[in-house]
Design a binder for this molecule. Sequence first.
Ligand code: AMP
Length: 181
Amino acid sequence: MNQAITAGDLEARLKAIIRDVPDFPKKGIIFKDITPLLADPGAFSEMIRHFAAQFKGAGITKVLGIEARGFLLAAPIAIELGAGLIPVRKKGKLPYKTVAATYALEYGTDTLEMHEDAVKAGEKVLIVDDVLATGGTAAAVCALIEKLGGKVAGVAMMIELEFLKGRAKLGDRPLYSLIKY
Ligand code: AMP
């Protein structure tokens, strides 16, 4: 990465590329659509290298992506860090034995699962997703890693919706977000 580019420069550049889609998936939500960023080879690779640089040297051995957009970011970050990749999926999708976390949504609940052997005791794990909104999803995934004896070395979010105060749900776990609204 060109070291002359600051996080602020990169944030402004990426903000100009990310598309706001009002009232998706329901009225009142402004959906942050990252597909134009994924389609821009320069911006995408710069963003991935920027995230990897934040966590280089932290001893991370696994990068965990949250279904589905988290997969698209976690995989290239894992390769940059020389770490393995863990997919966290919606209930019923993973073939082997799983551990599950159920968390509250605005209406009802949702369940995420990971394989029970995905994290070894003491392993340092980086969680990756596109958007931190209320923080419920990321907090549930932190709990899964810790249940298996792993350590959450960081939570990396491309976008943080600060007005929803999701950061508070993560407690002391270190959160790095690049683009803030
Ligand atoms: P939360 O558990 O509230 O932090 O929600 C996080 C999950 O919902 C992430 O997987 C996001 O991809 C998705 N999400 C929540 N709000 C938005 C939004 N405004 N735009 C795009 N994705 C969102």
